[in-house]
Design a protein. Sequence first.
Length: 128
Amino acid sequence: MIQFHNGFEYDLKVGQDGESEFSNLLRKDRPTYTVECKRDMKVHKSGNLFIEVESRGKASGIEHTKADYWAFMTHDKKVNIVVDRETLQKVLEAHEGDKVKGGDDMTSKGYLISARQLVRSILHFVEA
């Protein structure tokens, strides 16, 4: 049975425990981990995320990063999706559709994928 607590000290402890657990989850027995964060300024309107793989003819974005995790943050910082790089790469490999132009001056190529589809695809690979 869940007990209700109306106290700052209790809430603070619960929050700190969650932060510690989340950090340990990302660390996965490594001394450190890295996160590449992409702040999407249009997803709240379009529902889509652009995941860059090439810029000006060279590998970039998810194809170039060495980060352990890739994070998407909405413009208002209220919604964040964090996924390990390898799972995101598997999702993109399985994603049907051609790469589209995007980014600054439309000089990049990448996958345009709905945020909902991205989450569904991530869950598919996690459950597999």
